[in-house]
Design a protein around this ligand. Structure first.
Ligand SMILES: NC(=O)c1ccc[n+]([C@@H]2O[C@H](COP(=O)([O-])OP(=O)(O)OC[C@H]3O[C@@H](n4cnc5c(N)ncnc54)[C@H](O)[C@@H]3O)[C@@H](O)[C@H]2O)c1
Length: 437
């Protein structure tokens, strides 16, 4: 493909050299004369492993050159890649002015033309930017709507500086947030030859994945450092502990626990987070992440409560009381906490959880529920169908297949607040609501 790349910084310079290596014909555009001159001399404008040789090779083969003239670069380009900076503005939001300027420049240069062209945004931008901000900007500048000759996509970049050429060749995945099939096909064509899973989604999901990834990486680094401080304060070899910790690919370094749902609880997670915090405090080590995990969980519980209160209707039935399905362990169950707060707000509440048999509860479990919800025995509904019929609001934490069937069959006309993310519930004809999706 013939590609114009706008912005020859870390992303643009690496993409240019690597796309040329894949066989594309690349023209780079930048406002910096120094960068343009360097590329045209066959020198990389950045320092990165392998980039000097790649740039020299691509330029000498005539597959990569640079110019300041956007219109000239676009004359017969089939696609343009936007990789200008999006630094933090004074108010903390990303400064999108460079992206805006380049998209407007591309639109103006394409105005009145007749060749198909796909604009691909690679700069990191907030969710919604491509569709709601850049699409209208491009349409206005080009004087024609997207969907005809012009297409637009968001395609995030996952390279790490220092090993960016290797990351370009072997990315974790190729995400294409496309507004049309043509946009998707063009981006996919650009990376043909790069071995990675290609995922098609909407631009705003693609934009979110980039931000989520960097937030997650930051959180991981901060977690490892905080864990190190706490363990050091307790006299433990933290490097050894984390080395072994990451060997668990089932629960620790895995998709487990990474799905939006309801608050965590149970007999272990809150207790052991509090234990970590107390160890940190004893050793005078700062533990803001451990504390924030508890605070964030509490915020999630409050968000669920607010969602129920926003319905303006009562009574309610809660499906699920134990902290997870298939157990009668009620200790620190977030559903117990939600029930307790709803009762506190005067809600007439019924609870469906066949695993919780009041007559069989014992020890700490019994003590806990009697303290949190003194009359919970009277609230436990024996018949899920009757409970759904009698309620205006159905709150879904978890349920057996049979009890879920009662909601699916009888949920029409009720408000259904789904705390679990169970896709079956969305289609049952109830007024479906959620907290985190
Ligand atoms: N650096 C990374 O590792 C990395 C990784 C993934 C995503 N990103 C994202 O990619 C984007 C670019 O990052 P970067 O590190 O390459 O930035 P950078 O600052 O190194 O490069 C940006 C380039 O854009 C040029 N530019 C500015 N305005 C221009 C215009 N109107 N026309 C043409 N060129 C123009 C600048 O001169 C500069 O060379 C950012 O949104 C960043 O968040 C960066």
């Amino acid at each position: 493909m013939r590609v114009a790349i706008f912005g020859l910084g870390y992303v643009g310079a690496v993409s240019g050299a690597c796309l040329a290596e894949l066989g594309h014909e690349v023209v780079g555009v930048d406002v910096s004369d120094a960068k343009i001159d360097m590329i045209n001399r066959g020198e990389a404008p950045i320092v990165e492993e392998m980039i000097a040789e790649l740039t020299a090779g691509a330029v000498s083969m005539g597959r990569f050159r640079a110019t300041k003239d956007a219109a000239a670069a676009l004359i017969d380009a089939e696609a343009s890649l936007v990789s200008v900076g999006t630094p933090t503005a004074r108010d903390g939001t990303p400064d999108l002015s460079f992206v805006d300027a380049v998209v407007a420049e591309i639109g103006a240069a394409l105005k009145g033309g007749d060749r198909p062209h796909t604009v691909i945004i690679r700069s990191t931008v907030p969710p919604g930017t491509t569709e709601r901000r850049l699409a209208p900007l491009l349409e206005k500048a080009a004087g024609e709507p997207l969907g005809g000759r012009l297409s637009l996509a968001f395609n995030p970049e996952f390279l790490r500086e220092g090993r960016s050429v290797r990351d370009f060749r072997q990315p974790p995945f190729t995400i294409i947030g496309a507004l049309s099939d043509k946009a998707y096909d063009d981006v996919a064509r650009l990376y043909a030859g790069v071995e990675s899973e290609v995922v098609r989604t909407t631009p705003e999901v693609a934009e979110s994945i980039k931000l989520l990834s960097n937030a997650w990486h930051g959180l991981k680094v901060a977690f490892a450092n905080e864990a190190g401080r706490i363990l050091k304060a307790a006299g433990v070899d933290s490097r050894r502990a984390l080395e072994i910790f990451v060997k668990d690919a089932v629960l620790n370094i895995s998709p487990a626990y990474l799905r939006p749902g309801f608050a965590f609880g149970g007999s272990c997670l809150p207790k052991d987070l509090r234990a970590m915090i107390s160890i940190a405090e004893r050793g005078r080590a700062a533990a803001p992440i451990m504390k924030a995990a508890l605070a964030s969980n509490e915020a999630h519980l409050e968000a669920a409560l607010a969602a129920v209160r926003a319905c303006g209707r009562r009574p309610a039935v809660l499906f699920g009381l134990a902290f997870k399905p298939g157990t009668d362990d009620l200790r620190e169950s977030p559903y117990v906490a939600l029930a307790e707060r709803l009762i506190g707000k005067g809600y007439a509440l019924k609870i469906v959880d066949p695993y919780v048999d009041a007559s069989r509860l014992m020890g700490k479990n019994k003590e806990f529920i009697e303290r949190e919800i003194p009359h919970f025995v009277e609230m436990m509904a024996k018949d899920a169908e009757e409970a759904v019929d009698a309620a205006e609001i159905v709150i879904y934490g978890h349920a057996t297949g049979v009890d879920k069937g009662a909601i699916l069959e009888r949920g029409v006309g009720k408000i259904l607040i789904d705390l679990s993310g169970d896709k079956d519930l969305e289609a049952c004809g109830a007024d479906y609501r959620s907290v985190a999706w």
